[in-house]
Design a protein around this ligand. Structure first.
Ligand SMILES: *Cc1c(COP(=O)(O)O)cnc(C)c1O
Length: 226
Protein backbone atom coordinates (compact mmCIF):
# COMPACT_ATOMS: atom_id res chain seq x y z
CA UNK A 1 0.00 0.00 0.00
CA UNK A 2 1.58 3.25 -1.19
CA UNK A 3 0.34 5.54 1.57
CA UNK A 4 1.62 3.13 4.22
CA UNK A 5 4.98 2.86 2.45
CA UNK A 6 5.24 6.64 2.43
CA UNK A 7 4.34 6.82 6.10
CA UNK A 8 6.98 4.25 6.99
CA UNK A 9 9.55 6.03 4.81
CA UNK A 10 8.74 9.39 6.41
CA UNK A 11 9.33 7.91 9.86
CA UNK A 12 12.75 6.65 8.77
CA UNK A 13 13.65 9.99 7.19
CA UNK A 14 12.64 11.79 10.37
CA UNK A 15 14.69 9.44 12.50
CA UNK A 16 17.75 9.86 10.29
CA UNK A 17 17.32 13.65 10.51
CA UNK A 18 17.17 13.49 14.31
CA UNK A 19 20.27 11.30 14.47
CA UNK A 20 22.28 13.79 12.44
CA UNK A 21 20.81 16.94 13.98
CA UNK A 22 19.07 18.03 10.80
CA UNK A 23 15.61 19.41 10.13
CA UNK A 24 13.10 17.50 8.02
CA UNK A 25 12.32 20.71 6.08
CA UNK A 26 15.88 20.78 4.74
CA UNK A 27 15.13 17.68 2.69
CA UNK A 28 12.92 17.22 -0.36
CA UNK A 29 11.57 13.75 -0.99
CA UNK A 30 11.31 12.94 -4.70
CA UNK A 31 9.18 9.91 -5.55
CA UNK A 32 10.75 8.14 -8.51
CA UNK A 33 7.90 6.99 -10.75
CA UNK A 34 9.75 5.43 -13.70
CA UNK A 35 7.65 2.61 -15.16
CA UNK A 36 4.73 3.52 -12.86
CA UNK A 37 1.36 4.25 -14.44
CA UNK A 38 -0.49 7.51 -13.88
CA UNK A 39 -3.05 5.83 -11.58
CA UNK A 40 -0.27 4.84 -9.19
CA UNK A 41 1.23 8.35 -9.26
CA UNK A 42 -2.18 9.75 -8.35
CA UNK A 43 -2.17 7.63 -5.19
CA UNK A 44 1.17 9.13 -4.22
CA UNK A 45 -0.20 12.64 -4.84
CA UNK A 46 -3.15 11.82 -2.57
CA UNK A 47 -0.68 10.66 0.07
CA UNK A 48 0.95 14.09 -0.01
CA UNK A 49 3.91 13.68 -2.36
CA UNK A 50 4.68 16.85 -4.31
CA UNK A 51 7.91 16.00 -6.14
CA UNK A 52 8.28 13.27 -8.75
CA UNK A 53 11.24 11.95 -10.70
CA UNK A 54 11.49 10.31 -14.13
CA UNK A 55 14.54 8.98 -15.95
CA UNK A 56 13.19 8.81 -19.52
CA UNK A 57 12.57 11.97 -21.52
CA UNK A 58 9.38 11.00 -23.38
CA UNK A 59 7.91 9.37 -20.28
CA UNK A 60 8.40 12.61 -18.37
CA UNK A 61 6.81 14.63 -21.15
CA UNK A 62 3.79 12.31 -21.35
CA UNK A 63 3.19 12.19 -17.61
CA UNK A 64 3.61 15.95 -17.31
CA UNK A 65 0.86 16.44 -19.91
CA UNK A 66 -1.52 14.46 -17.71
CA UNK A 67 -0.28 15.42 -14.25
CA UNK A 68 1.10 18.88 -13.70
CA UNK A 69 -1.11 20.68 -11.19
CA UNK A 70 0.56 21.47 -7.88
CA UNK A 71 3.36 18.98 -8.35
CA UNK A 72 6.97 19.28 -9.51
CA UNK A 73 8.75 17.03 -11.97
CA UNK A 74 12.46 16.19 -11.79
CA UNK A 75 14.47 14.67 -14.61
CA UNK A 76 16.97 12.25 -13.07
CA UNK A 77 18.14 10.00 -15.93
CA UNK A 78 20.87 10.20 -18.52
CA UNK A 79 19.86 12.89 -21.01
CA UNK A 80 20.84 12.91 -24.68
CA UNK A 81 21.00 16.32 -26.34
CA UNK A 82 18.35 15.38 -28.93
CA UNK A 83 15.88 14.67 -26.13
CA UNK A 84 16.27 17.93 -24.22
CA UNK A 85 13.24 19.25 -26.10
CA UNK A 86 11.03 16.68 -24.34
CA UNK A 87 12.03 17.60 -20.81
CA UNK A 88 12.48 21.36 -20.92
CA UNK A 89 8.81 22.21 -20.46
CA UNK A 90 8.16 19.68 -17.72
CA UNK A 91 11.26 19.71 -15.57
CA UNK A 92 11.41 21.85 -12.46
CA UNK A 93 14.96 20.56 -12.07
CA UNK A 94 17.28 18.53 -14.30
CA UNK A 95 19.57 16.47 -12.05
CA UNK A 96 21.80 14.90 -14.68
CA UNK A 97 23.86 17.50 -16.51
CA UNK A 98 27.15 15.75 -17.28
CA UNK A 99 28.75 17.68 -20.14
CA UNK A 100 29.19 21.17 -21.55
CA UNK A 101 27.49 20.00 -24.72
CA UNK A 102 24.35 19.03 -22.79
CA UNK A 103 24.41 22.26 -20.76
CA UNK A 104 24.67 24.23 -24.00
CA UNK A 105 21.63 22.48 -25.46
CA UNK A 106 19.56 22.92 -22.29
CA UNK A 107 20.45 26.62 -22.24
CA UNK A 108 19.39 26.96 -25.87
CA UNK A 109 16.05 25.24 -25.37
CA UNK A 110 15.39 27.06 -22.09
CA UNK A 111 15.90 30.34 -23.94
CA UNK A 112 13.23 29.30 -26.46
CA UNK A 113 10.84 28.56 -23.60
CA UNK A 114 11.77 31.79 -21.87
CA UNK A 115 12.73 29.82 -18.81
CA UNK A 116 15.67 29.86 -16.44
CA UNK A 117 16.24 26.12 -16.08
CA UNK A 118 17.43 24.88 -12.70
CA UNK A 119 20.07 22.19 -13.05
CA UNK A 120 22.39 19.96 -11.04
CA UNK A 121 25.71 18.54 -12.22
CA UNK A 122 25.83 14.77 -12.09
CA UNK A 123 29.06 13.59 -10.50
CA UNK A 124 30.44 10.09 -10.79
CA UNK A 125 31.59 9.15 -7.29
CA UNK A 126 32.10 5.46 -7.97
CA UNK A 127 34.02 3.42 -10.52
CA UNK A 128 31.04 1.57 -11.96
CA UNK A 129 31.10 1.55 -15.75
CA UNK A 130 27.30 1.67 -15.94
CA UNK A 131 27.08 5.02 -14.16
CA UNK A 132 27.22 8.45 -15.75
CA UNK A 133 28.60 11.73 -14.54
CA UNK A 134 31.60 14.03 -14.42
CA UNK A 135 34.59 12.65 -12.54
CA UNK A 136 37.64 14.74 -13.26
CA UNK A 137 37.77 17.80 -11.02
CA UNK A 138 39.09 20.12 -13.70
CA UNK A 139 36.25 19.06 -15.97
CA UNK A 140 33.72 19.58 -13.16
CA UNK A 141 34.88 23.15 -12.60
CA UNK A 142 34.99 23.89 -16.33
CA UNK A 143 31.45 22.65 -16.73
CA UNK A 144 30.27 24.59 -13.67
CA UNK A 145 31.92 27.76 -14.99
CA UNK A 146 30.28 27.26 -18.36
CA UNK A 147 26.84 26.81 -16.76
CA UNK A 148 27.40 29.90 -14.64
CA UNK A 149 27.87 31.95 -17.81
CA UNK A 150 24.69 30.67 -19.46
CA UNK A 151 21.86 33.18 -19.13
CA UNK A 152 19.14 30.54 -19.01
CA UNK A 153 20.75 28.06 -16.64
CA UNK A 154 20.70 28.17 -12.87
CA UNK A 155 23.19 25.72 -11.37
CA UNK A 156 21.97 25.00 -7.85
CA UNK A 157 23.57 21.72 -6.87
CA UNK A 158 25.16 18.32 -7.44
CA UNK A 159 23.80 14.83 -7.90
CA UNK A 160 25.32 11.39 -7.52
CA UNK A 161 24.51 7.70 -7.28
CA UNK A 162 26.36 5.57 -4.74
CA UNK A 163 27.94 2.31 -5.93
CA UNK A 164 25.69 -0.74 -6.02
CA UNK A 165 26.92 -2.48 -2.89
CA UNK A 166 25.94 -3.42 0.66
CA UNK A 167 29.19 -1.99 1.97
CA UNK A 168 28.02 1.06 3.91
CA UNK A 169 31.54 2.46 4.10
CA UNK A 170 31.77 2.65 0.32
CA UNK A 171 28.33 4.26 0.07
CA UNK A 172 29.24 6.80 2.72
CA UNK A 173 32.50 7.58 0.95
CA UNK A 174 30.63 8.32 -2.25
CA UNK A 175 28.19 10.74 -0.57
CA UNK A 176 30.97 12.33 1.45
CA UNK A 177 32.84 13.00 -1.78
CA UNK A 178 29.85 14.92 -3.14
CA UNK A 179 29.48 16.95 0.07
CA UNK A 180 33.18 17.88 0.01
CA UNK A 181 32.97 18.87 -3.64
CA UNK A 182 30.07 21.18 -2.78
CA UNK A 183 32.15 22.80 -0.02
CA UNK A 184 35.11 23.22 -2.34
CA UNK A 185 32.99 24.78 -5.08
CA UNK A 186 31.36 27.17 -2.65
CA UNK A 187 34.80 28.18 -1.38
CA UNK A 188 35.62 29.12 -4.96
CA UNK A 189 32.59 31.34 -5.32
CA UNK A 190 29.83 29.06 -6.52
CA UNK A 191 26.50 28.93 -4.78
CA UNK A 192 25.83 25.22 -4.55
CA UNK A 193 22.92 24.45 -2.21
CA UNK A 194 21.43 21.14 -3.24
CA UNK A 195 22.86 17.64 -2.86
CA UNK A 196 20.68 15.10 -4.66
CA UNK A 197 21.76 11.75 -3.24
CA UNK A 198 20.19 8.76 -1.54
CA UNK A 199 17.78 6.13 -2.90
CA UNK A 200 15.66 3.41 -1.30
CA UNK A 201 18.63 1.47 0.05
CA UNK A 202 20.91 4.26 1.14
CA UNK A 203 18.87 7.41 1.94
CA UNK A 204 19.70 7.23 5.64
CA UNK A 205 23.43 7.40 4.92
CA UNK A 206 22.79 10.21 2.44
CA UNK A 207 20.93 12.22 5.10
CA UNK A 208 23.92 11.85 7.44
CA UNK A 209 26.16 13.21 4.69
CA UNK A 210 24.02 16.26 3.96
CA UNK A 211 21.54 15.21 1.25
CA UNK A 212 18.90 17.84 0.50
CA UNK A 213 17.05 15.76 -2.10
CA UNK A 214 16.28 12.05 -1.86
CA UNK A 215 15.24 10.08 -4.94
CA UNK A 216 13.20 7.13 -3.76
CA UNK A 217 11.33 4.62 -5.93
CA UNK A 218 11.17 1.06 -4.65
CA UNK A 219 10.56 1.95 -0.99
CA UNK A 220 7.39 3.79 -2.07
CA UNK A 221 6.09 1.81 -5.05
CA UNK A 222 7.59 -1.64 -4.53
CA UNK A 223 9.88 -3.56 -6.85
CA UNK A 224 9.86 -2.54 -10.51
CA UNK A 225 9.62 -5.04 -13.36
CA UNK A 226 12.83 -4.00 -15.06
C1 LIG B 1 15.52 4.49 -10.24
C2 LIG B 1 16.31 5.63 -9.71
C3 LIG B 1 16.19 6.00 -8.35
C4 LIG B 1 15.32 5.29 -7.36
O1 LIG B 1 15.86 4.05 -7.02
P1 LIG B 1 15.18 3.10 -5.92
O2 LIG B 1 16.26 2.17 -5.55
O3 LIG B 1 14.02 2.42 -6.58
O4 LIG B 1 14.75 3.96 -4.79
C5 LIG B 1 16.94 7.11 -7.94
N1 LIG B 1 17.75 7.79 -8.78
C6 LIG B 1 17.89 7.45 -10.07
C7 LIG B 1 18.80 8.25 -10.94
C8 LIG B 1 17.17 6.37 -10.58
O5 LIG B 1 17.33 6.03 -11.87
Amino acid sequence: MISENIKRLEEKILKACELSGRKREEITLIAVTKNQPVEVIKLAIQAGIKNFGENKAQELRDKFEILSDNIYWHFIGHLQTNKVKYVIKAAELIHSVDSIKLAEEINKKALQFNKKQKILLEIKTSDEATKFGLKDEKEIFETANYCFQCSNLNLIGLMTMAPFTNDEKLIKKSFEQLRKLKEKMNNEGFSIKELSMGMSNDFEIAIQEGATMLRVGTAIFGERNN
